[in-house]
Design a binder for this molecule. Structure first.
Ligand SMILES: C[S@@+](CC[C@H](N)C(=O)[O-])C[C@H]1O[C@@H](n2cnc3c(N)ncnc32)[C@H](O)[C@@H]1O
Length: 258
């Protein structure tokens, strides 16, 4: 079996490439609080907490957030950024969380199920540490949804080697019901921002997306050529053109089926 994907290699560029635009970052906490009807007293665990991109803005809306991650370097970034937020990260693997059963009101997971060795085992482990009436808060963002950027994003997707993992973005919707959990609430935060085809190309060339980490140099070069061809075709070769795109950040409240 493939191991989990440790983000140590991404710690230096993760926040620069994954952060919400500033005007959106300040909306993340209130959005999650409202979407999940938080009372403010919740004890939360974030599995795969990384640099605290979600936990730090959420912290003022809950009692405390514990965090587990296998990447020491990502956690070091979190600690550098943390002010007085009640966020307490620890090295820990999602398959064997270092917490007692029935410990948390909420377990938060963002962009992690497609990276772990055994997502079904991780879901069961989340069920173990959740209190009986607690819930899994599953959140995820889409990248560059606009019709302008789609040919560029698809050029990479169609010419890269699929990520060899049990759960992929394309089947994440089926993953929970297939494993005995159900989405009981869902809400979306939509926002616009500027990006460019050149920015996407650079992130592929520098292997900043985890979807580039398992491909060989030759496979990466094929994807890069496909992106360049799409820039020529759809942007007249003007890869730097600022392109307004939309993104959606989704929050799902998920519980075991009764
Ligand atoms: C894409 S990042 C997401 C980080 C954060 N949740 C966010 O949205 O910014 C995925 C994180 O999951 C961590 N991770 C991967 N497999 C893991 C595992 N088995 N147990 C705990 N963390 C894991 C990685 O090290 C990385 O920090």
């Amino acid at each position: 079996m493939l191991g989990s994907v440790n983000f140590d290699r991404a710690a230096d560029f993760y926040d620069a490439t994954r952060a919400f635009p500033d005007s959106v970052a300040e909306r993340v906490g209130p959005f999650l609080a409202e979407a999940t009807q938080l009372s403010g007293d919740e004890s939360v665990l974030e599995v795969g907490i990384g640099t605290g991109r979600i936990a730090l803005p959420l912290a003022p809306f809950v009692s405390s957030i514990y965090g587990a991650d296998i990447s020491l370097k990502m956690l070091q970034r979190l600690v550098e950024k943390r002010g007085d937020e009640e966020v307490f990260p620890a090295i820990g693997d999602a398959h064997t969380l270092p917490y007692a059963e029935n410990s948390f009101d909420v377990v938060l997971v963002t962009h992690v199920f497609h990276l772990v060795e055994d997502p079904v085992a991780v879901l069961a482990e989340i069920g173990r540490v959740l209190k009986p009436d607690g819930f899994l808060l599953h959140t995820f963002g889409s990248y560059a949804n606009s019709k302008e950027m789609l040919p560029i994003v698809n050029a990479w997707r169609d010419n890269s080697v699929p990520t060899p993992r049990p759960v992929k973005w394309s089947n994440i919707d089926d993953f929970f019901p297939e494993n005995g959990w159900q989405v009981v609430r869902s809400d979306e935060l939509k926002y616009e921002y500027h990006t460019s085809p050149a920015e996407f190309l650079e992130r592929v060339e520098k292997r900043q997306w985890s979807s580039t980490w398992h491909v060989s140099d030759a496979e990466l070069a094929r994807g890069v050529d496909a992106i360049k061809a799409a820039i020529d075709k759809h942007f007249d070769g003007e890869g730097d053109a600022p392109t307004l795109t939309t993104s959606t950040y989704t929050a799902q409240v998920i519980q075991p089926k009764a």
